[in-house]
Design a protein around this ligand. Structure first.
Ligand code: MCN
Length: 794
């Protein structure tokens, strides 16, 4: 029997290459091509300014410079603003930037001029020779400045509010007014960014003979890049191929398309007739890609003696940066997913999305959920503290119960459908978490530590995550005459282990050996229809699609094999790539079935031993069944009825140094429910990575803008990322599998799970250690120290 692969802890097949330094990223491509040109971008040094004049006269004199462009050199769609990807009716003042700034700049880092040269050094030198006359304008930096509206980022948006939106279920104001207890809280999260190891990168090669453009892009959506490049450059979609090689991390920032460089590079290749490359450097990544997280929230909550929430009213302000390429997706996610596993009796959320003269904001792993989780979990902790109850007790009083699924919140989710949770068992998850972290024994531990003069605290945080968002994803499964199987999906992959996980699904569905399956990703020549890798959707979407496509290939294989073996299809089984008649020795391997599926097999009969063993039908007549196409392959698309909701709970025990206020992690525990696990090892790896990223977001990382809009820590010398020494080496993980009823394999997503509750869980644990409220994250030792002074009993 073929070993069952679904659910097995299979080591990732892709790691061999990566660990041996054999990964191939965009910057590794076309390096031997002597015609390859390189590009560099002049970026705004000012956060807010009018461009009065750009003088490029010195640039073309530089030896090796081939072209220099400003906005004046762009024509047609390229001279128009970049697309706004997800418009929303409430985004009344949506704005996107131009590929090259037109008359004004709105953040430090905005692209102004594009230089193409024989190498990057020459291009950079040429950039430094461009002279720009600016008229400086007062910048708007941070949410309070945007709200004060002393000056406007965009003149036609004088209050800096790009969108205002309210969602509600019931009358939260009335419920709060009538509630036995009420609390209000102000909760802030600062701006941060995901900083993948590899920055953005694009190479393009135009072939004038075939009028065909090939783009290699470090992207999360090769099909998205293809669509935008074709539209902006006026090309037929069929004339553009986008290939995504290995990607050194995306974490959301590479979803956004198109970036200016992603359009300028292909345009340059078409114009100059030579391949052109752009590789972003680290500083550029900080100042010209995207950030997220910055939100300020005001919460009012009314609750009863048990801590049950009767009315919850949340108002928040989202810092969108200078433009809104991604519509309102981040604040909308906060506003709907903030509720987590709870069912407040009434709820109202209102947000304003404000413009600031800072880098644009697009979804970063977790995408608005870490902020929502922070708000909801801080509120739960505040209620527990007010009532003097255990924090788990208050959460239990508010949980949606297992028999209440599907649970409708009465709100609209980001996909435009009703917010409906499909499955989960939150009480069971909480019971597991308490056990895993030793919740009930913690007070003994605290006393033990206190006796040694040490200060410890424990926190927990729960979340629910909408995953597997539609509308569709496809797969093509091809069984080759060697018996090997190639499964092509349209999604790109950035390190999530898709080649392994989807091979596991194909192996089980078809009955072939895992080693015989190869998964091809992110190549529009192989699978031109796809949405992209984001929102923890690949497992649900592509996982279901490869399963359905493999089922089609299997059905066909059984039809052909049944004829060859003169048996009924129902009597056949497939294992280890061999189709056999149950209970007999009669069999045929899938490679031979693939030969039989091709009407041209007769031309190869002499050469192919396998093919001569079986003849079906007359020579020249396709051996496949009536109506079947030749070839042993299956193609299918999966479209879910709605998103599926994964959930999880994290707990952390921290120690805070009484003298230095240093925060040390003593224990980290996770209980996670992503439905059926395809590969627990991959899911656990995703959780580890997410927790590491979350530790950064909670304790170290922030975008340090000064008042003039300069990002002061735009390098790894200054932007404080956690090293391995700051990340817990052991994370205790337990899984609960409540399968999703919405897809054939019962899967829910897992890719963002590790990062969502970090701010909430660390705030809770530090608060528990220190005894005063923690309302803003991230928190550094110096800030903790300052809070101690503020709360000291002088
Ligand atoms: N998986 C599984 N069983 C499940 C669910 C998931 O075995 N029930 C596996 C999947 O097969 C996949 C991995 O876990 O190999 C993550 O699956 P999924 O939750 O569908 O997430 P995606 O594959 O769609 O990846 C996107 C997600 C997001 S949104 C961000 S941001 C992110 C992340 O994944 N960026 C990453 N994880 C990342 N990991 C790496 N190394 N690099 C990034 O850029």
């Amino acid at each position: 029997m073929t070993t069952k692969m679904f659910g097995a802890k299979v080591p990732r097949v892709e790691d061999q290459r990566f660990l041996r330094g054999q990964g191939r990223y965009v910057d590794d491509l076309l390096t031997d091509d002597p015609r390859l040109l390189h590009s560099a971008v002049l970026r705004s040094p000012h956060a807010h300014a009018r461009i009065l004049d750009i003088d490029v006269s010195d640039v073309l004199d530089v030896e090796g410079v081939v072209a220099v462009w400003t906005w004046d050199d762009l024509t047609g769609p390229m001279a128009e603003p970049l697309p706004l990807l997800i418009p929303h009716p409430t985004l009344t003042h949506g704005r996107t930037q131009y590929a090259l700034a037109k008359g004004e700049v709105n953040y430090v880092g905005e692209a102004i001029a594009f230089v193409v040269a024989v190498d990057r050094y020459v291009a950079e030198d040429a950039v430094s020779r461009i002279r720009v006359d600016y008229e400086y304008l007062e910048p708007v930096v941070g949410i309070p400045a945007a709200r004060a509206a002393r000056t406007a980022v965009h003149p036609d948006v004088p209050d800096n509010v790009g969108a205002r939106m309210t969602q509600e279920n019931g009358d939260a104001r009335a419920a709060i007014a009538a509630a036995p207890h009420t609390l209000s809280l102000d909760l802030d999260i600062e701006r941060s960014a995901c900083t993948p190891m590899e920055g953005r990168g694009t190479v393009a090669r135009w072939d004038p003979d075939t009028s065909r453009l090939t783009v290699w892009s470090s992207t999360q959506t090769s099909t998205g890049v293809r669509g935008c490049v074709a539209a902006k450059l006026g090309l037929d979609l069929a004339k553009v191929d986008v290939i995504t090689p290995d990607v050194g991390g995306g974490f959301g920032v590479k979803v956004v398309h198109p970036w200016p460089e992603e359009l300028l590079v292909p345009l340059a290749s078409m114009t100059l007739g030579r391949p052109v490359k752009f590789t972003e450097d680290r500083r550029e990544h900080f100042i010209s890609s995207a950030h997220e997280r910055a939100q300020e929230h005001h919460v009012e909550v009314g609750f009863d003696d048990d801590g049950r929430v009767l009315g919850l009213d949340v108002e928040f302000w989202h810092d969108h940066g200078a433009y809104t390429p991604y519509g309102l997706i981040v604040p909308i996610i906060t506003s709907t997913q903030l509720l987590g596993p709870y069912k407040p009796q009434s709820y109202r959320v209102t947000f304003e999305s404000v413009y600031t003269n800072t880098v644009i904001v697009t979804p970063y792993r977790g995408a608005g959920r870490p902020q929502g989780c922070f708000v909801m979990e801080r509120t739960m902790d505040a209620i527990a503290a007010y009532l003097g109850k255990d924090r788990t007790e208050v959460r239990s009083a508010n949980f949606i119960q297992p028999d209440e699924f599907p649970y409708e919140h009465g709100l609209v989710f980001q996909d435009g459908r009703e917010l409906t949770y499909d499955s989960g068992d939150y009480p069971a998850s909480l019971a597991k978490l308490k056990e895993l972290v030793g919740w009930d024994e913690f007070e003994d531990f605290r006393a033990e530590m206190a006796a040694q003069g040490r200060r410890v605290g424990i926190g927990l945080a729960c979340y629910v995550e909408g995953t597997g968002v539609g509308p569709y994803e496809g797969a093509h499964v091809h069984i080759e005459t060697s018996g090997k199987v190639k499964a092509s999906i349209g999604l790109t992959t950035q390190g999530q282990g898709h080649q392994t996980a989807f091979a596991q699904i194909v192996a089980d569905t078809l009955g072939v050996r895992f080693e015989d399956v190869e998964v091809v990703t992110g190549d529009t020549r192989k699978m031109p229809y796809s949405v992209g890798t984001f929102a923890s959707r690949a497992a649900v979407m592509s996982g279901s699609a490869v399963h359905l496509a493999a089922l089609r290939a299997k059905e066909k294989a059984l039809r052909i094999a049944a004829e060859a073996l003169e048996a009924a299809e129902d009597d056949l089984e497939i294992a280890d790539g061999v189709v056999s008649v149950k209970g007999t020795d009669a069999s045929i391997d899938l490679g031979t079935v693939a030969v039989l599926s091709n009407p041209l097999r007769y031309a190869f009969d002499e050469a192919s031993k396998a093919a001569t063993q079986f003849r079906v039908g007359d020579p020249g007549k396709p051996p496949v069944a009536e109506g079947d196409e030749p070839g042993l392959e299956g193609k299918d698309f999966y479209s879910p009825p709605r998103s599926t909701f994964a959930n999880g709970m994290h707990a952390v025990i921290v120690e805070t140094d009484p003298d230095t206020a240093e925060i040390t992690i003593l224990k980290y525990a996770v209980v996670h429910d992503c439905g059926h696990l395809i590969n627990p090892m991959i899911v656990e790896g995703q959780i580890h990575g997410g927790v590491a990223q979350g530790v950064g977001g909670a304790l170290y990382e922030r975008m340090a803008y000064d008042e003039s809009g300069q990002l002061l820590n735009a390098s790894f010398m200054d932007f404080l990322m956690p090293y391995v020494t700051e990340v817990p080496t052991t994370i205790d993980i337990d899984h609960l599998e409540t399968p999703s009823p919405l897809n054939p394999l019962g899967i829910k997503g897992a890719g963002e799970a590790g990062v969502i509750p970090s701010a909430a869980v660390f705030a809770a644990a530090i608060e528990d250690a220190e005894g005063f409220p923690i309302t803003a994250m991230p928190i550094s030792p110096s800030e903790l120290f300052a809070l101690r002074l503020e709360h000291a009993d002088l």
